[in-house]
Design a protein around this ligand. Sequence first.
Ligand code: SAM
Length: 279
Amino acid sequence: MPVELAPAYLKKTRELIKKYDIKPNKALGQNFLVSGEAVRRIIEALEPDGRNVLEIGPGLGILTEEIAKRASSAAAVEIDASMVNVLRNELGNYNNLAVIHSDFLKVDHEKIREMLGEQIAVAGNLPYYITTPIATSLLTSRLAPETIVLTVQREAAQRFFARPGERVYGPLAALSQTAYDISPVMRISASGFYPAPEVDSAVVKLSRRHGPLPDMGAFSSFLQTAFSMRRKTLGNNLNGIVSREETARILESMGLPADSRAEMLSPSELAEFSARIGR
Ligand code: SAM
């Protein structure tokens, strides 16, 4: 189903803010998406038609409504009670939509899976302060989303695409590149949001790879330890769980220097190393 050509999202957002006397909460990253072009491209990337969709941080529900119109079932998890009130009032006629009042980091993923079923697609326009924890929680979740479309600050987007040796290469890049193919969808300038934030955003799409994948929870814990002190060697960072000699032996057998740092290894090398030490 195509998205309307020139939907008046800014007008609607202003009206909702007035009607419910909302004071956008900066601490919760409440900058609402009002760009029709961005909504259209996010929906196109998400492909919600007939699918089961989870939205994280629905806010005033601009994207939520476009999802609910198309999805087979939808769940939207929102931390702020005033947003939940708007969503339940304004979107109560969509019987396929469940609005869950919770911090996404505390929500029970098993319950969401029972609600939505398998083959889940996820959308989220995430506040900067919580982008990495929420993405990590999704990447290690039993929900195993098929598609994840995230709107994040441009700087945060780089953390998904980063390659070994780059400043922002770390656990998030290794985790996401191991289980997903990642593609840029678009940039959104600050004027695409209301109120306008200080920086531009970007939309990234993650498409789940098929075939054998590591246990993502265990791999994530390994990565946290491996990258805990970036300038230290893998041998030093992992010393509590595997001896320095064993680390050096495994690295050499992989054709890598015995004093490698985690940031020098590709996602697949990190996954292989993690599997070799059983973590
Ligand atoms: N999706 C809406 C949009 O695009 O206009 C709102 C996006 S706004 C950037 C982020 C939303 O996430 C806010 O509604 C905020 O209250 C919510 N939020 C922030 N932290 C959250 C958390 N830990 N769990 C669930 N929702 C959260």
